[in-house]
Ligand binder design. Structure first.
Ligand SMILES: Nc1ncnc2c1ncn2[C@@H]1O[C@H](COP(=O)(O)OP(=O)(O)O)[C@@H](O)[C@H]1O
Ligand SMILES: [Mg+2]
Length: 326
């Protein structure tokens, strides 16, 4: 719902805060190919939103439109209530962005690179340069040449650059691409502290769900240009459990499977020594074990199937592919 002055009013009256970022029916077509298909999404103050999708799903195209690097075909984007169509400068001054791998002058130090960008953007003083270097954990290497930086350090410098102007919203496009597990963890910790210390909202894209674990409050899943789910990280983790079923590992899986179906009325699947099934009432599992033991089956193990976050992501995407008409 929009006021005539272009300000975005939230339709949900229960929502206490105004969105920092509001994407409304955003579409991007390249010729006849629809790269981003009518997506809508809100990010609220202090929220860290993960933007998750396979390669080619439309993440970078969306982010380029949010930051004015690509022209939208239709729809609108509001940043702190200002439309990037009608009030681009007022909207974009609230945004710091790092899109793909940031480019720096490798013969200059990290500090002088930041100084260069600070000059470009105007009112950023030397104190802020030191401040952002500290925020991203680069203060003791900031006088070194960028040529001697690791990939992780370059990514941090990119974030430092994006922070120069005290943005309310930080947009990062696949910032952990190419980092090793340790680098990813450190980068994640840095972002969390940043969101906390600077009180900013973050939109961060990735094609790997587990990279967003312990970082994002919410996850928006984009597939073939459409947002197919927006969930809290807790909901996603919960669906790890409920998507999956239980199993019993034993010496007679076929026999046990038949008994379970006969006595508990649930369909089963046999794989190796394991019988898989789904029961909502967890108390049925020990009852099954007692029954099987009474029938002289040797039960080796039993429990919940431990689906990984990646399994859950792939399940959501695959379901979407099976239900979409195209
Ligand atoms: N400049 C462009 N011209 C034509 N098609 C493009 C262009 N940029 C991206 N695309 C297409 O748009 C789709 C989404 O790409 P992109 O946003 O880069 O995906 P992601 O960042 O999720 O990997 C892909 O099919 C891609 O080939
Ligand atoms: Mg991309």
């Amino acid at each position: 719902m929009l006021k005539s002055n272009g300000e975005n009013i939230l339709e949900n009256k229960n929502q206490p805060k105004t969105a920092i970022l509001s994407i409304v029916n955003l579409t991007k077509k390249y010729g006849t190919r629809v790269a981003v298909d009518n997506i809508s999404l809100n990010i609220f103050p202090g929220q860290i939103m993960g933007f998750l999708g396979a390669n080619g799903a439309g993440k970078s195209t969306t982010i380029k439109m949010l930051t004015g690097l690509a022209k939208m075909t239709s729809g609108n984007v509001y940043i702190c209530g200002k439309s990037i169509k009608t009030s681009f400068e007022q909207a974009i001054k609230n945004v710091g962005a790092m899109i793909e791998t940031p480019v720096f002058y490798s013969y200059l130090s990290g500090y002088n690179n930041l100084k260069f960008f600070a000059k470009l953007s105007g009112n950023v003083d030397n104190q802020r340069i030191q401040e952002v270097a500290t925020l991203v954990g680069l203060s003791n290497r900031i006088k070194d040449k960028v040529a001697n930086y690791s990939l992780g350090m370059k990514q941090r410098l990119g974030v430092a650059q994006a922070l120069l102007n005290h943005p309310k919203l930080l947009i990062l496009d696949e910032p952990t691409n190419g980092l090793d597990a340790n680098g990813i963890r450190e980068f994640r910790m840095m972002l969390k502290q940043l969101a906390y210390k600077e009180g900013i909202s973050i939109l961060i894209s990735s094609h790997i769900l587990s990279e967003m674990e312990n970082l994002c409050d919410m996850i928006a899943i984009i597939d073939k240009g459409k947002i197919i789910q927006v969930k809290t990280m807790d909901e996603i983790k919960h669906s790890c459990l409920s998507a999956g079923s239980q199993y019993i590992k034993c010496n007679a899986p076929n026999f046990s499977g038949k008994l379970i179906t006969q006595n508990f009325g649930v369909p089963v699947k046999i794989q190796g020594e394991k019988v898989f099934f789904t029961v909502k009432d967890k108390r049925l599992l020990p009852q099954m074990i007692v029954m099987l033991t009474q029938k002289k089956v040797l039960v080796y193990a039993a429990g919940e199937v431990d689906y990984s976050l990646e399994d859950v992501f792939l399940n959501i995407i695959n379901k979407n592919h099976n239900t979409s008409i195209s």
